[in-house]
Design a protein around this ligand. Sequence first.
Ligand code: SAM
Length: 278
Amino acid sequence: MTPDHRHRKRFGQHFLRDSGIIARIIDELDPGPDDQIVEIGPGKGALTHALLARVEALHAVELDRDLVSYLQAMFQHRLDVHQADALKFDFCRLALSGKQLRLIGNLPYNVSTPLLFHLLGACPCIQDMLFMLQKEVVDRLAAAPGGGDYGRLSVMVQWRCHVERLFSVPASAFSPPPQVESAVVRLTPYRQAPVVVDDANRFQQIVLAAFAQRRKVLRNSVGGLVRPELFERAGIDPTRRAETLSLAEFATLANLAAGPEHSGDADGGSRDKNQHRD
Ligand code: SAM
């Protein structure tokens, strides 16, 4: 790669050029010498440089082959670059001897939502994640029930992670500048989930179906997965819409619908598990 590498739009390349923002991101991560750090999409190494001032070595996952060659030449043995698609990458294989990973990245915005869903599957191997994202995506991650930002991404991420919106970043901090505003968020996987979910698949199906038709009332949007009488057992009005349901209410509904053994649970035990967790 030449120093004047032309950015590739299809890879969502917007390189950080504001040293103040870079320093702020690294301060938020506050890397320790023994941390197992993995950078997603290091690009030309703006964050990598700053990270390697604080830690001896780190891993990176980069899709663009030209950038991989450049990074290898630049950082040599201190950076273990995996030329791969982060959407398919098995992050847990980097968690050697059970040490959890600390993920960081100015993520490619064009794939940020599927990437976040992919990373949810690796949460048991992850200590925390510090990401630059489109501000609109950070708004969705942090959204509370009742508003237009609240959706499937909010529910699924908040089930797995504590979400902290940290600060906004102007387009002028990047080259080339993106068309959208950006923000930095920290996601910290829970060791103990905030709600009890008996059947993760059923929970995911219900959340997916509810928000796939978010204008419809629940009776219609999730009617194929939740029998009518279970709404009453859950204490949820079936004429409500998905965006009004809290994480705990989704969990309660999913637990009741999780199978014959749960739907036959006459005392509504699954409901009680999440009653105080809103
Ligand atoms: N970290 C650099 C910075 O802040 O200047 C670059 C950030 S740029 C927004 C996103 C980076 O992710 C680019 O280097 C791009 O090539 C890389 N990338 C895009 N899609 C990717 C994918 N699916 N897997 C891994 N890396 C990807």
